[in-house]
Design a protein around this ligand. Sequence first.
Ligand SMILES: *Cc1c(COP(=O)(O)O)cnc(C)c1O
Length: 480
Amino acid sequence: MHYYSTRDRTRPVSFREAALSGLAPEGGLFIPEEIPEYRKAVKHSLDSMSFQDTAFQTILPYVEGDVPPSVLEEISAGAFSFPAPLVPVIFEGPLVLELFHGPTAAFKDFGARFMARIFSYLRRGEDRPLRILTATSGDTGGAVADGFFGVEGIFVTILYPKGRVSELQEKQIAGLGGNISALAVEGSFDDCQALVKAAFGDPALRKKLVLSSANSINISRLLPQAVYYAAAAGKALGGRIDGDGEATPRNRGAGFSGPPRFRPGGGTGTAAGAIFCVPSGNFGNLTAGLYAMSMGAPIAGFIAATNINKTVPDYLESGEYQTRLSRPTISNAMDVGAPSNFERMSAHWTYRDLSRMIRGVWVTDDETRRTIGTVYQDHGYYLDPHGAVAWTAVQKLRQGAAEAAAAPAAPVGPVGPVGPVAVLATAHPAKFSETVEPLTGPVPVPGSIQKALDRTARALTIPADLSALRDFLLSPASAS
Ligand SMILES: *Cc1c(COP(=O)(O)O)cnc(C)c1O
C-alpha cells in the first residue's frame, strides 16, 4: 500500500516512511492511496471472528509490502492483549463499547501499543536508536509511555506542563523510568508543543539524533483503531454482546433482551448496520471508524459527539468549516477547536459524503454531569465525562427523532435505516474521579490504575526553552 500526503498527491511513500515520519514534509497528514475492502468471506464472518483475527484482516492491506503477515499477527497479539467488551447497560438503551481495559485505562492504548511495536519492527537492524519526542496535555503521554516502555532501540522523551496534569496522569507519564524520560516543563501545554516543534527544527539535534514523534496524527496510531469498530459492529448485529463487566459494576435493566434498535433520523426500514456514537476531539477515533465502514464493516453511520468545542458538528450542519480556539470543559481530552484529523477526513470524503455518514451533536458540561448522575442512579453504571458526552448525544438525537416522528412530514435524517447503537466509552471513569465522584460517590479503581498510582513520578523539571531541552536530549540520561 502506498500513502500520500493530504497536501501533495504527487509523491507516494511506503507505509514505513509514512509511519516513521509521522507528518509529511510540507505539513500534511499521510493517507492511504485507497481504502481497501474486506474480502467477502471476511465481511461475512466479522461477527464470529476473534479480535486478533479482525485486527489482522483489517490492518494487513494497509501494511502489505512493509510488514509480513506473520509479523503483523505477532504484533497484534502483543498490542491487543486486553478485551474491548460491548456491554448492554440498560433495556432499550445504547450498548457501550468499553475501550478502557488497557494498561492506561483509555482507548489511546490501542493506538499507542500498536505503534510502539510497529516502530520497533520497522526500525529493526538500525544501529542508531530512535528518539521519540512527544508533548502531552495529560492523556496521550501515559499511553505513549506505556506503549513504548521496554521497547528495544527506542528512547522516548515526554514533555508535559508542570503542575497542570493530574496525579494519576503524572505517574502514568513519569513513573515507568527505563527508556521513558519525563520532562516537567515550566509552562503550558502549548509551550511543550512549541518546544517539540523547535527540537525537530534544530540543526544540532537533527545532526546527532534520529528523531520521530508519536502524536495522534500518525497513521500507525489510527489504523488499529479501525479494528474495534469492525469487531463490535459484527458482534452488535449478531447479538453477541458481552455480559462481563469486572471494571464497572452495573445492574442490567430488568427484561433486557438484546440490542436496542434506533433510527436517529426517524427513517424506517430494515437494519443495515450498527451506529457508533464517538466522543470526539481531534477526530482520529472517528476517522478510524470511517475507514472500517468504508472497508465494508456493517456500520450504518456515526454520531460525532463533542463538548462545546463543536467545530465539526457546526460544519456538518452548515457545510462551512471554521476552526476556533478551544474552550476548557470537563471532557478535557476533547477540548479541541481545530481537529487535526479533519484534514484527513476531508481528503478522503466530500462534505456530501461526510454529512451522510455522520450526525454531529454537541453537549454542555451541565448536560454531561446530569448524564453521569442519572445513569449511575438509575442503572448503577459509571460513565466517564467523555463517554457521558456520547451517551448524552444519543439521548438528544432520540428525543429529536421522537419529536420528528410525531410531527407530520418528518424529515428523514442523513443516517438511513440502522440497527443497534453503541456508545464508545473512551476512558475509565476512575481516571476522572474528581468530576465523576461528586455525582456518583466513590468509583471502583481498576487494577491498571492502582498499579500506576503505586508508582513514583520521576521527572526532570526544565524551563520552557529549547537550550534546556537540547541539553537534556544530548545528555546520556536521555538514552539509557
Ligand atoms: C483522546 C481522547 C478522546 C478524543 O479522541 P480523538 O481521536 O482525538 O477524537 C476522547 N476521549 C478520551 C478519553 C481521550 O483520551
